[in-house]
Write a protein that binds this ligand. Sequence first.
Ligand SMILES: Cc1cc2nc3c(=O)[nH]c(=O)nc-3n(C[C@H](O)[C@H](O)[C@H](O)COP(=O)(O)OP(=O)(O)OC[C@H]3O[C@@H](n4cnc5c(N)ncnc54)[C@H](O)[C@@H]3O)c2cc1C
Length: 124
Amino acid sequence: MIQRYDVIVIGGGIVGHAIAYGLQRQHAYTAILDGGDTDFRATRGNFGLIWVQGKGVNCPPYSQLSCLASTRWPDFAQRLRAETGIDCGLSQPGGINFFLTSETLTSAIRNVSKLQLGQPGFSL
Ligand SMILES: Cc1cc2nc3c(=O)[nH]c(=O)nc-3n(C[C@H](O)[C@H](O)[C@H](O)COP(=O)(O)OP(=O)(O)OC[C@H]3O[C@@H](n4cnc5c(N)ncnc54)[C@H](O)[C@@H]3O)c2cc1C
């Protein structure tokens, strides 16, 4: 039997799944073709951090997108729980960076100050 889809997404890591999830919400009949269970995939190995500081210091659109994603996570996690019954365990208590020299601390403050300009979600 031949299956027909509106869209076939190649790769079922977080990016492929996010694209497929968005497409099916737009009523596109979508399939994901992924590798084997034992394939190395970044999605499986990552630390699970929603990290905004340091993202896009020299690229404001990247920084803005990171902040937007971070602020949208709670609604998204709630929706995923409602749709799947799975609690993804979202927790956003903030993060701690350790700096062992005053130079790296000063540089980090400079970067965060840059990111802070006009953006919610950053505080020193
Ligand atoms: C150690 C580590 C820690 C990280 N920590 C964080 C973090 O804390 N926070 C964060 O936001 N990001 C983190 N990242 C980055 C994040 O994990 C990646 O940016 C993200 O998972 C990439 O997702 P992806 O879907 O593009 O790739 P992948 O997860 O690698 O998915 C690619 C998929 O494509 C499939 N594939 C490949 N070739 C084919 C093919 N020819 N046909 C079919 N399928 C194919 C693979 O099997 C795989 O499932 C971390 C990354 C690493 C490596």
